[in-house]
Design a protein around this ligand. Structure first.
Ligand SMILES: C[S@@+](CC[C@H](N)C(=O)[O-])C[C@H]1O[C@@H](n2cnc3c(N)ncnc32)[C@H](O)[C@@H]1O
Length: 224
């Protein structure tokens, strides 16, 4: 039997990515641009990006909100999935990251579907209240603000909006009640909120793969 090690998880992820994602010129170019600009390699794994695309398509989402753009790797996939006439608003605190993302998103041919708002989530999200509700919200920024982002997802969504919260596994540390890691604390608080706040109907899955031992939470807004 194959030993369950990080190397084996990565090998299996590569196998699955070859099958279900394959070579993708625009995504590969986006990752190369991200690397050349010195941005960290903290984008979603290829199979997770494909899952995001499927969630958008399965839910029929046409308006997507992303919090945490980085170099645009996940944004390109969300923008593809909303289709022509669909719209993605993506929020990024770092102007340099946003510039890399803008260039890669435009090169991927989905630029007209993507609006990058530069600024911290806590400042940008309140400016979206007068826009049409979002159909899907992908939260992938500073983990300390996860509960704030969930609250905004509920306010900016509608009944039925899909919420995806990334990186909930944190190498198993989420069961460590005494953790002093603020990212883990923010993640635990978000998981409790998803479980207890009546605005959400949620679950969470731990995962292993290219990005180690992690996971994501998936929720449906029951009322905003
Ligand atoms: C994990 S990366 C996003 C990865 C991207 N979603 C992908 O999969 O390609 C997190 C991003 O959130 C941004 N970020 C961190 N704190 C933020 C904040 N308070 N508001 C908005 N963006 C923030 C970081 O600059 C970084 O680019």
């Amino acid at each position: 039997m194959t030993a369950s090690t990080p190397d084996a998880w990565a090998r299996v992820d590569d196998f699955l990515a070859d099958l279900f994602v394959g070579e993708d010129r625009d995504l590969d170019r986006a990752l190369a641009a991200q690397h050349a600009a010195g941005l960290p390699e903290i984008e979603v794994a290829p199979v997770a990006g494909k899952l995001l695309q499927l969630l958008v398509r399965i839910s029929g989402a046409r308006r997507v909100l992303e919090i945490g753009t980085l170099g645009g790797y996940s944004t390109i996939q969300l923008a593809r999935a909303v289709g022509p006439g669909g719209h993605v608003v993506t929020v990024e605190a770092e102007a340099d990251n946003a510039a890399v993302a803008r260039s890669s998103i435009d090169a991927a041919g989905v630029g007209e579907r993507v609006d990058i708002r530069i600024g911290r989530g806590e400042d940008v999200l309140p400016t979206l209240v007068d826009e049409d509700p979002f159909d899907l919200v992908f939260i992938d920024a500073d983990k300390e603000s996860n509960t704030l982002y969930l609250d905004w997802a509920a306010r900016l969504g509608r009944t039925g909006t899909v919420v995806v919260l990334d990186n909930i596994g944190r190498d198993g540390e989420i069961t460590n009640a005494d953790t002093t890691d603020t990212k883990v604390q923010g993640t635990i608080a978000a998981l409790r909120m998803l479980a207890e706040d009546p605005r959400f109907d949620a679950t969470a899955m731990q995962t292993v793969g290219l990005k180690g031992w992690d996971g994501f939470a998936l929720a449906r807004i029951t009322r905003s």
